[in-house]
Design a protein around this ligand. Structure first.
Ligand code: IPM
Ligand code: MG
Length: 372
């Protein structure tokens, strides 16, 4: 059995509590691993002007995998106002550390399984089993934004497009631009990840999610490349849908869907929708994955209003640890953790508040650990 180096990044708010709960479960399987604490989140923004300090990036680079809790993000202006006095007035722009982590480490796959466990009173349908593959580094998350828009940019756009005519005479602070940037490489590799997953896990179908009827250049390219990649996987059925229709169909006929592949923002949106179908954010987990690194996290945020109460459901985070175990090649442990979660849900004796019970975060963790 190998010994793993696992970066442990609790972050803010309930991130700390759900990771504490997750550690109880990991300890009970006796995985041979060192867990190294890493700094991320709001406190480091306030005191150092960087919510994802370089030392944490270095730690991630030298670790086999990481568990990440959650971070609190605030709009850029509010974030800047909370810097300690020594850092006030310096030019620092707040950007979400999780988005930056995905980009700096090129964690281009965001894999989000949404599976209903029998007996969960929050299930929309007991048989939902959908896996979202969200492109994780580009698209509207590219971070290329303009506000106010300077004249260099507006001049280029005025030359480029007749559609820009209605904006071009506006003062630069009367409009804002966020660029949706997608590369062929980015589309290709997320499509391949989705189809490879489908083959390896005996999945039936991949559905490509886009808005190619309107957003023609970027989503048109995404759709076309996904369809090209699909040809290499003739045994997997493939279809596609516009993001808006997809939200409707997912709710109406969730059992028609299996693996979904989407550009970054649409993937963000449908993964919350799919998580809600299997019990809400207390059950949604993610892996941010590249060829050689995986950072695993519950999909939920830091929920400041619940922070410190040990009230929230740790299952999302525990299932993220299950994903980490799978990714490390420890399928035996991964299956054991998943079965333990499934058993506790099915028994219905220990339930956190979201499931209609009054168990605490750590009671839920201990109940799961007791099955291992
Ligand atoms: C997610 C979250 C993040 C995202 C936020 C916290 C930046 O919503 O992981 O889905 O938009 O990707
Ligand atoms: Mg999200």
């Amino acid at each position: 059995m190998s010994s793993y180096k696992i970066a442990w990044l609790p972050g803010d708010g309930i991130g700390k509590e759900v990771l504490e709960a997750t550690k109880i479960v990991l300890d009970s399987i006796h995985l041979s691993a060192d867990y190294i604490q890493g700094d991320i989140g709001w406190d480091f923004w306030r005191t150092e002007g960087d919510a994802l300090p370089q030392r944490t990036i270095d730690l991630l680079r030298e670790s086999d995998a990481a568990m990440f809790g959650a971070i609190t993000s605030k709009p850029a202006k509010a974030a800047e106002a909370e810097l300690v006095p020594e850092l006030q007035g310096e030019k620092r722009v707040y950007r979400s550390p999780i988005v930056r982590m995905r980009q700096v480490l090129d964690l281009y796959i965001c894999q989000r399984p949404c599976k209903a466990y029998a007996g969960n009173p929050l299930n929309h349908d007991e048989n939902v089993d959908i896996v979202v593959f969200r492109e994780n580094t580009e698209d509207l998350y590219a971070g290329v934004e303009f506000f106010p828009v300077n004249s260099d940019v507006s001049e280029v756009l005025a030359e480029h497009s007749a559609n820009f005519a209605s904006f071009k005479d506006l003062p630069g602070d009367e409009y804002a631009i966020s660029c949706k940037i997608n590369t062929k490489k980015g589309c290709e590799r997320i499509a391949r990840a989705a189809f490879e997953y489908a083959v390896r896990n005996k999945r039936r179908k991949v559905t490509i999610v886009h808005k190619a009827n309107v957003v023609r250049s970027t989503d048109g390219m995404f759709l076309e490349i996904c369809r090209e990649v699909a040809k290499d996987y003739p045994k997997i059925e493939v279809d596609d849908a516009n993001i808006d229709a997809m939200c409707m169909w997912l709710l109406k006929n969730p059992l028609n869907y299996d693996v979904l592949v989407a550009p970054n923002l649409y993937g963000d949106i449908i993964s919350d929708l799919c998580a809600q179908m299997v019990g809400g954010l207390g059950f949604g987990c993610s892996g941010n994955i590249s060829q050689d690194m995986g950072v695993f996290e519950p999909t939920h945020g830091s929920a400041p209003k619940y922070a410190g109460q040990y009230k929230v459901n740790p299952i999302a985070s525990i299932l993220a640890a299950k994903m980490m175990l799978d990714w490390l090649g420890e399928e035996g442990y991964a299956d054991a953790v998943e079965s333990a979660v499934a058993e506790v849900i099915a028994e219905g004796k220990v339930r956190t508040y979201d499931m209609g019970g009054d168990a605490t975060t750590l009671e839920m963790a201990h109940a799961i650990a007791a099955k291992l």
